[in-house]
Write a protein that binds this ligand. Structure first.
Ligand SMILES: [Zn+2]
Length: 88
């Protein structure tokens, strides 16, 4: 009889450990998700608008022309050229 109790006790401990481990994992993925959201928000802050077609794109993917005080962003080389052709 005591053997059965021992077996049940071990089973319960393993179950609780497994449950704890899973909870821990879920918390980890929550933290990762939060970090991803923060990164996304940061990226959203760095959105710029194409001066030619007004499409929004990440600053890192845009083409930049002009001096620091008159920066213009473009979605593509074609739009950068079209814009400078228009300006002249
Ligand atoms: Zn454009």
């Amino acid at each position: 009889m005591s053997r059965v109790l021992l077996f049940i006790a071990i089973f319960v401990i393993v179950y609780l450990l497994f449950k704890y481990y899973r909870k821990q994992k879920i918390q980890d993925s929550d933290a990762e998700e939060k970090a991803a959201t923060t990164a996304k928000a940061k990226q959203a802050e760095d959105m710029v608008r194409c001066a030619q077609c007004s499409v929004h794109l990440p600053k890192g993917e845009s083409l930049v022309t002009g001096a620091a005080d008159k920066m213009k962003y473009f979605c593509s080389e074609a739009h950068r050229r079209a814009y400078s052709d228009q300006a002249q």
